[in-house]
Design a protein around this ligand. Sequence first.
Ligand code: GLN
Length: 385
Amino acid sequence: MPKYTGTLHSKLPTVGTTIFTVMSQLAAEHNAINLSQGFPNFECSPELVSLVNQYMKKGLNQYSPMQGIMPLRETIAAKMQDLYGAIYSPDKEINITAGGTEAIYAAITAVVNEGDEVIIIEPAYDCYVPAIELSGGIPIYVKLKEPDYTIDWNEVKKLVNQRTRMIMINTPHNPTGAVMSANDMKMLENITDGTDIVILSDEVYEHIIFDNHKHQSVCLFPKLAERSFVVFSFGKTYHTTGWKMGYVLAPERLMAEFRKVHQFLVFCVNTPLQYALADYMKNKDAYMQLGSFYQEKRDYFIKLIKGSKFKITPAAGSYFQMLDYSGITQEKDTEYAIRLTKEIGVASVPTSAFYHEAIDNKQLRFCFAKTNETLEKAAEKLCKV
Ligand code: GLN
């Protein structure tokens, strides 16, 4: 292909390929065990697969309504009422999306205008800031306080002003595994009460929460829910990250704006998968047991690497475990993550990728959504470091 020689003003001049793709590729090139990008390396339920198959064979292979099929939205509404006591209208307040990422992108695009400020908590998942910037918004950063990765609400409060359009939160948190408390939610409620601020709450790991912590969804707090987009993921809950299916909840006025964007971004998402999920979701055990399923994995992984030189603070939620390597080397986290992949054979994600500034806490993020065999092999290598 001949070169494009025209003028090009990149809309995202500092953005490269996402760290998840970079590290997964590096892992593949060097035949390393891939604990970098977050996805399970085990199968989803065969029952779910056969339901998809069934609906495809039935001929449900055309567009769905842009909002998503009604039976799935109804099932979600019932789940929200059951789990969080929140009433969402399937017709006006629930939308099926192409994964959490599309939901986040469309929500930001729908409400953030040129010059609007969006408060985000760092470390932050990598799709937040580009979406804000593409809308002409200005990300305003607040850092989680170490060692427990808690939010300093006074700092947040000081940053709120007339231009604050949105505050984004994420619990359970990627990459730290920290979870927000009921008190955190109360503080957020105090800060936003009486303002026009919209909250975008990324709750894709809602069921992956450990040690008897309760997931503090914004849906549990009516004063937060009335100003929130709440984002969920079928991929995380049903071990189907490759299906790119999620959903978003929001009060009617916010949802109406969301749909204006969503309908032109993807129009709708995969039809037969929506039918299959609508049936499969009725089985509550699949999600109610997810926390203990992953807690076992977290505990197993931690047990296996106990003798290593990494410092471990167990994750409270998500399927990520951060490991502190400051007792091993003073190398930059990006360099160490690459060396660990190439020389030791285990890929992870350097957590500096979740900050806008050059911050290096000597922490790597490891995904433990893997078979025990994979965790054992990875741990054996990590113990040799
Ligand atoms: N959410 C996954 C992670 O944190 C990555 C998804 C992706 O690669 N975009 O690793």
